[in-house]
Design a protein around this ligand. Sequence first.
Ligand SMILES: [Zn+2]
Length: 934
Amino acid sequence: MKRILFLALFLAAGILSAWSQGALDLNSKIPFDKKIITGKLDNGMTYYIVKNDNPKNRAELSIAVKAGSIDEDEDQLGLAHFCEHMAFNGTKNFPKHELVNYLESIGMKFGAEVNAFTSFDQTVYGITVPLDSMPILDKGLLVIYDWACNVSYEGEEIDKERGVIHEEWRMGRGAQDRMMQKYLPVIFHNSKFAKRLPIGTMDIVDKCPHDALKRFYRDWYRPDLMAVIAVGDFDEKMMEQKIKDVFSKIPKATNPRKKENADIPDHDDILISIVTDKEAPMTTAQLFYKHPEFKQVTVKDYRTSLAQNLFSMMISKRLQELTLLATPPFMQAACMYTKFLGPKDIYISFALTQNTGLEKGLETIVEENERVKRFGFTQTELDREKKSFLKEVEKQYNERNKRKSQSILSELRGHFMDQDPLPGLEVDWELCQKYIPDIKLEDVNALAKQWITDKNLVAVIMAPEKDDVKVPTEAKVKEIITTVKNKDLKPYEDKVITKPLVSKEPTPGNVAKKTENKKLGYSEWTLNNGIKVILKNTDFKQDEIQFSAFSKGGWSNNKDQDAVAAEIAADVISESGLGEFDNMELDKYLSDKTVNVTPFINETDEGMNGSCTPKDFETLLQLTYLYFTAPRKDETAFTSYINKSKGMLENNSTNPEMVWRDSITTTMSVNHPRKKPMTIKRLEEAKLGRVDYVYKQRFGDPSNFTFVFVGNIDQKIAEPLIAKYIGGLPEVKREESFKDLNVGMPKGIVDKKVLKGKEDKSFVYMSFPGNFEWNQKNKIEIEVLSLILNIKLIETIREDKSGVYTISSYPQLTHYPNGKYNFLIFFPCSPDNIDRLSEGVMAEIEKLRKDGPTEIDLNKAKEQKLRDRETNLRENNYWLNTLKGFYFHGDSPDGFSDFEQTVKSLTVAKIKEAATKYLDPKNRVRVMLKPENL
Ligand SMILES: [Zn+2]
């Protein structure tokens, strides 16, 4: 109470800002955000409360436990995670599956709004609850209270959950995991972390006595190691009182068990781990430079963290620049300094290379690190990055009242777990304005000497085991790392050009006609050149305008011989720069702006998507203008794109999951020649001339495009700019639509087995395809049907049969060229269980077809749909898609207004009818991945 009174006095005196200014000296402590209510109950439990109204009418409630797999005893490997699972299988006030049942009944989805995770050092639970009434909030608090102290651990439920966790473990199996098992002990240098991976060992998960599990809960789920966190659209004083009332009931721990502090021991030598696997999906080189944890306490530390960020961004940009070469040393690369585990941080350098480019890739990241260490960054790089950084912080500051409750919650958790500073966005902005301009080259350059060291360095090489892949020896890796010091390197040269983005100004047009939809609050403008522009002003975000432009047509208009060119044209062009700027010059030009525009070409339409801040709206329009009028035919960018794409594809044929995915693609299109998966061989057909031709043809007629803008857009400011850049686009009158390529659909029962990989693991893709009449009513029906089926599948296939960790269904709907649906169901499982589980799925479908859903399940699904809609209506992206629906799909605005009514009017009979129509057991596809030895 004292703290609040103290704060109130300052506010009343109006000297808050003077006080915080004084507190921002380098030697003072980083201030703590005054909007956060925090405290400790007598039993030792910490709490954090923040009032926040995005999303409206929702509260995020969370329990964070400072305990994870690192706290397990030898007989408990995997049980920290097992405890997390048991929280959903019966508590004192919510026996058996009542908890999930209850949350679903108020429209919250298991997985999305009801979730948890376990890591080495923490276990976290969270739910989202609507705030319609006090009883709902109270019950939400009761849920997290039960998690903190009342989990039942019934023997029968424990035994049923073993299978679910076993399936979760199985999902993680594969080449990546096999390699990780080998290199992690090297990185962790045989510390306790290597023997405490959160998933644990299946021997213990399958057979552990119930008491070993309960012991973990008893030892570590205690008030002094827990925090309750609440962020949402509620009165914070009321919430504080409630938290005090509810959580003070938990008794203080008596004789609490002592926590051991695990560390990763230091080493002077460079440690090297080279791991290969026949099914390895990619080739990578990684350098882990481990350092003692950097803690931010004072403003000086905060300033150092700013320099750290600038460093990571600048070196990553240098690496990114190298990916633009015609023959790049890697497909992707990055460096960053970050928190690691226990009291350790890491500076990590990473490169994803072609199979044959491993040594070159490793050498390049080693050299770039050395170049920074020897010569530092340049003043122009630093100036540019500072601007870009400040711009980003300013954006966050401008959006400070529109933040998502979830993101605030995770920051509060960071404070509880790691004492991360929480100055709040106002102070963040003040600190950044004060200290970013003040950071000098020496400050940033000094970090290179501190971070890039041989001590505590681990190099990890991962590669596929193949005849043509030359994997370096340990000696070679060591040589590359150590000899760089004697290499003749030159300082980095920062090439920047200063000229206007649009070299030839367009002749402005005008807005010829304006109409308005008052009910849904959007305007439709028709420009002089025939282009339609739709604008909707929203207040959901202060600093965001989202944009989409589209036109019917797409690659269905291109001939078969241009199939590959058409598939890659939009990507190639967006990597080629624009107008007089090549890609890197454009990137540098845009570095202090928040704007992006990306062209796309789909089967039946082409267009652009993008977003910007209101300040950068003109730049967004300029980029759009240039994508129509000045795409570049750039040989280097094209060759670079092809080389990188080949690198991304070269291990697909040995990667079981990719082979299975490709098989789904060809099965679902009945081997249509235009729906073939991309391969290296197909890529080789692509010629720059044809790519350029296809792109210009697709975007050659701006006048049949519709532009939609949603966000904080001021129509008065926007009008002259839109008239200039969109109205200034050349008018070509071309009537164009898509062509029907007659892509077929599989008929009857189709069962395909893909035998690939050695892991005892399967994926099952089931699908019910058919024709679909595109309208709002049908869309809602098939989506609600899928929500109901999801609830049933989790209950039966996961919980009753313990057969899967995840299983879900989803309707894919297409409108053009013909209305089609593809109702798909996906689950990973043990190869032995495919048939049993598939039958289980079919049995649930049969029940829906025969009797329809229960009234309870129907209501859960309706509630989910309505809850989603409630939050969606305050999202720019949702409106963008809705408006695109009106103008591209011809959806009816009336149908949109009737949404709630249509959902509410759904009945058991209607869903039964939908199940009969969309889930026909005689028309079912199944594509299964099985290990090759079966
Ligand atoms: Zn799990």
